[in-house]
Design a protein around this ligand. Structure first.
Ligand code: AHM
Ligand code: MG
Length: 331
C-alpha cells in the first residue's frame, strides 16, 4: 500500500508525544496558525477577483501604506489565535500596540508575534507573499492579561517559529526546536502534507538575494562585503535572485542555499526588517536547518528587542556563505 505523507497536525502531535507534560495547548495553537494560513492562502489566490486588492487607505505604525490583504490577513490571524484560547498576547506588524488577552488559569500559555502578510508590495502583482510567526512561552503570571514582557523576548527564547508561503504552491514551514520541516497545501484535501522533512540548507549556494538598487545607500564595508560574496571562489559562480518578499527569498535560500541580506543603509541604519516578527523567527528556522542568521556581527538569536517594531540588519544563509560576507564586513 502506498504510504500517505503525514499531515501537519499528525507531525506536530507526534513531536509533542516526546513531551509527556504537554497539555495539547501548543498543538491547538499550531492548528490555529495553520487554519489562518489556509484562509489567507485562499484569499490571496483569488484576490484579483474580489475587492481585496489595493490599499486599505491607512498607514501602519511604521508609516507604511497598508494593503487590504494586510488587514484581512491580520484580522484572520487575530481571530484564529484569540478563539483558540491558547494565547495571552499578540503582536503584529499591522498593530501599533499589542493585543492583551484574558486567560483562565492554565489557558493563554503562549504569546505570538507575526507579520500577517510579508511582501506587501508584491500583493497587487500576483507575486509570492507570506505569513511569518514566532511563538513564545508566557512570562507574565497565568490567569491575567498578557503583557509586553511576554512579547519582548529574545528570539533565542522562541518555542516555535514558521512561515506560510503563498507562492506557486502554498507551503507551511515550521520548527518547534526539533528541525525545520516543510508541508505543502493539498487544496483538494485542505491539508498541509509533509513534503520537506528535516530541511538542511545546502552548504554552498552561490545565489545572492539582496536589493542591489540600495547600493548607493550602503556604507563602504557593506559594498565590499557584497562584492566579496560575488567574487568568492568558495561560493561558486554567483547568480542574483530577489523577489522582494522575504518569505519567498528565505524559502529559496533554505532549499537552494546562497545568501539573503538586508543590510542597514543611510535611510535606515538598522535596515528594513523587524527583529521580533521577521528576522527572529526566520533566524530560528535557519539555525534549526543548519544555517546561520546574523546582523553582520551578532547572532540574531542573541539579540533582544527594546520595542515591538525594532529593526535589524539581517544576513541569512549557510555557515560558509555567511562567513564570506561577514568576514569582509568586519575588515
Ligand atoms: P513588509 O513586511 O511591509 O512587506 O516589508 C518587508 C519586506 C520583506 O519581505 C522584503 O525582504 C523587504 O521588505 C523588501 O524591501 P525592499 O523593497 O526595500 O527591497
Ligand atoms: Mg514584513
Amino acid at each position: 500500500m502506498r504510504s500517505q505523507p503525514l499531515t501537519l497536525m499528525e507531525h506536530i502531535n507526534a513531536c509533542q508525544r516526546s513531551f509527556p507534560e504537554a497539555t495539547g495547548s501548543f498543538s491547538l495553537l499550531m492548528e490555529s496558525l495553520a487554519l489562518a494560513s489556509k484562509i489567507i492562502s485562499r484569499e490571496v489566490n483569488k484576490a484579483g477577483l474580489g475587492k481585496l486588492l489595493g490599499l486599505a487607505g491607512r498607514r501602519n505604525i511604521q508609516g507604511e501604506q497598508v494593503a487590504r490583504l494586510d488587514d484581512f490577513a491580520n484580522d484572520t490571524l487575530v481571530h484564529s489565535l484569540t478563539r483558540g484560547g491558547t494565547c495571552c498576547a499578540l503582536a503584529s506588524e499591522e498593530l501599533a500596540v499589542p493585543i492583551r488577552l484574558p486567560g483562565a488559569e492554565g489557558a493563554g500559555r503562549y504569546a505570538v508575534v507575526f507579520d500577517p502578510l510579508d511582501g506587501s508590495s508584491n500583493i497587487d502583482v500576483a507575486v509570492s507573499v507570506g505569513t511569518i510567526f514566532g511563538v513564545y512561552r508566557r512570562r507574565s503570571p497565568e490567569g491575567g492579561l498578557g503583557d509586553a514582557s511576554d512579547l519582548l523576548q529574545s528570539p533565542g527564547k522562541l518555542v516555535a517559529a514558521g512561515y506560510a508561503l503563498y507562492g506557486s504552491s502554498t507551503v507551511f514551514v515550521y520548527s518547534a526546536g526539533q528541525g525545520t520541516h516543510g508541508f505543502t497545501l493539498d487544496s483538494g484535501l485542505g491539508e498541509f502534507l509533509l513534503s520537506h522533512p528535516s530541511i538542511q540548507i545546502p552548504e554552498r549556494g552561490g545565489i545572492l538575494s539582496i536589493n542591489w538598487a540600495n547600493r548607493g545607500r550602503w556604507d563602504e564595508k557593506t559594498r565590499r562585503a557584497v562584492q566579496a560574496y560575488e567574487d568568492a571562489e568558495e561560493t561558486g559562480p554567483c547568480s542574483a535572485r530577489y523577489v522582494g518578499s522575504m518569505v519567498a527569498d528565505a524559502h529559496r535560500t533554505l532549499l537552494c542555499g546562497g545568501l539573503f541580506a538586508y543590510p542597514g543603509d543611510t535611510k535606515n541604519s538598522s535596515g528594513k526588517l523587524r527583529l521580533l516578527y521577521e528576522a527572529g523567527p526566520m533566524a530560528f528556522l535557519f539555525e534549526q536547518a543548519g544555517g546561520v542568521a546574523t546582523d553582520g556581527s551578532k547572532r540574531i538569536l542573541d539579540k533582544t528587542p527594546d520595542a515591538l517594531h525594532d529593526r535589524t540588519p539581517l544576513v541569512l544563509g549557510a555557515a560558509g556563505d555567511v562567513a564570506v560576507f561577514a568576514e569582509a564586513l568586519a575588515k
